[in-house]
Design a protein around this ligand. Structure first.
Ligand code: NDP
Length: 449
């Protein structure tokens, strides 16, 4: 393991998030490597930590004042052993090679867990859609696709949304791809429903996360009903996590954005959630406006001086981090455990630092990583690809049933793998082992390429 981490660190010296993601997987799969020396012999891990391809490009576009803006675009094609590269596109000022490589690396194992034939990739740009007009977003998306189009395709690489990329951005990117290629194919997922999108895709990551949490609770004969839940974020994953928790009769008391969070002791109900959706998806406002609309709620602005996030310091039964990477540190994890949290299900990718993960695991609470919990998003993207290839659309019920089945089977794959390798109940090891074995076997079958 230290050999592999040594290689990864010396080849990618400044990529902290990538090191973090690799370290977690490499630690988990050690027992698999011990029992299966053929993986070492074929240098499977060394090959997995090296992306198939990294594409980096300039994106030049003009803002509403006619000024030229220059951003950087990326696509990481990490591993296509079990299917075309698949993974979202992120537009956020923090985007860099390290963030996208960690996301692409995690995506490989996540996609393997879904049971669908999808390899792993990720892409994005340091472009910030916040505060930009629709026309600026359109021009940026078109400029971004003017380069990306030559590297993707419905049998090669199928991007989707992620932070900062929703239906609007997917629409503009699809429009430019279609124009450049003169073909209408399912080259992107997360499309709008009237031109090739799938029902439930919008909701899939959040719904799937709560389905996964329900499976975890069912294993100890409990349900979400009556549970007090902390949710971070107010975007796609957070909104639909909250929606499903409400449907299952749980009570959500927090939501957040990058400026702060709201705490609503009376619970975020359907009407309040509709307000958040309108605020975030249409008006593109800030979460503090929730407390202006519902004065019983408290708004707590983010304090960069604090060594913890007070959102995670409220009494609750379950926590669903749904904003971004490393949003729960050791102190936050300690606060959650001290306040009686029984379950942490990650809607975001890698939202907990390694010290936080260790704390959760030592506390023996139910803790499952993003690559298992939020796999519903990419799973329904896979179902969208299937529907596009068949040129038909499934009903809401049909997609939802499949999503539920997939989350159930991911849960089973994680618990089975953890038990088989002597770490029962460890969802981190279970997810990493089950994902790794599937991809590793495919790579062995396909020879040294
Ligand atoms: P959105 O852009 O819809 O929402 C992101 C939310 O997180 C916003 O509330 C945003 O606040 C907040 N946020 C983003 N970056 C930061 C930051 N650096 N610090 C604090 N808050 C931040 O994205 P999604 O909901 O799609 O994605 C959320 C997470 O879920 C990500 O980790 C993503 O990779 C993961 N995910 C998404 C899937 C999908 O299908 N969309 C599928 C699986 C995982 P603000 O508006 O202020 O930036």
């Amino acid at each position: 393991m230290s050999d592999i981490m040594g290689i990864v660190k010396s080849r990618n010296p400044y990529e902290r998030e990538f090191h973090q993601a690799v370290q977690e997987v490499v630690e988990s799969i050690q027992p698999v490597l011990d029992r299966n020396p053929q993986y070492m012999h074929h240098k499977i891990v060394e090959r997995m930590v090296e992306p198939d391809r990294v594409i980096m490009f300039r994106v030049a576009w003009q803002d509403d004042h006619g000024a030229v803006q220059v951003n950087r675009g990326f696509r990481i094609q990490m591993n296509n052993a079990i299917g075309p590269y698949k993974g979202g596109i992120r537009f956020h000022p923090s985007v860099n090679l390290s963030i996208l490589k960690f996301l692409a690396f995690e995506q490989v194992y996540k996609n393997a867990l879904t049971t669908l034939p999808m390899g792993g990739g990720k892409g994005g740009s340091d472009f910030d859609p916040k505060g930009k007009s629709d026309n600026e977003v359109m021009r940026f998306c078109q400029a971004f696709m003017c380069e990306l189009f030559r590297h993707i395709g419905h049998n090669t690489d199928v991007p989707a949304g992620d932070i900062g990329v929703g239906a609007r951005e997917v629409g503009y990117m699809f429009g430019m791809y279609k124009k450049l290629h003169n073909e209408f194919t399912g080259v992107l997922t997360g499309k709008s429903l009237n031109w090739g999108g799938s029902l439930i895709r919008l909701q899939a990551a959040g719904y799937g996360c709560v389905y996964f949490a329900s499976e975890m609770l069912a294993a100890i004969n409990q349900t979400i009903e009556g549970k007090v839940c902390l949710v971070s974020g107010a975007g796609n994953v957070a909104q639909h996590t909250v929606e499903k928790v409400i449907e299952l009769k749980g009570k959500v008391v927090t939501m957040s954005d990058s400026n702060g969070y709201v705490y609503d002791d009376s619970g975020i109900d359907r009407e309040k959630l509709e307000f958040v959706k309108e605020l975030k998806n249409i008006e593109r406002g800030r979460i503090k406006e929730y407390a202006e609309r519902y004065p019983n709620a408290v708004y707590v602005p983010k304090d960069p001086e604090k060594d913890h996030n007070p959102l995670w310091d409220h009494k609750a039964d379950c926590a669903f981090p749904c904003a971004t990477q490393n949003e729960i540190n050791a102190r936050d994890a300690e606060n959650l455990v001290r306040n009686g949290v029984q379950l942490v299900a990650e809607g975001a990718n890698m939202p907990t630092t390694p010290e936080g993960v260790e704390l959760f695991q030592n506390s023996h609470i139910l803790y499952a990583p993003g690559k298992a919990c939020n796999a519903g998003g990419v799973a329904v993207s896979g179902l969208e690809m299937t529907q596009n290839s068949m040129r038909l659309s499934w009903s809401r019920e049909e997609v939802d049933v499949r999503l539920r089945m997939i989350m159930k089977s991911i849960h089973k794959a994680c618990t089975d793998a953890a038990a088989q390798y002597g770490v029962p109940g460890n969802y981190v090891s279970g997810a990493n082992i089950a994902g790794f074995v599937k991809v590793a076997n495919a790579m062995m079958d396909q020879g040294v390429v």
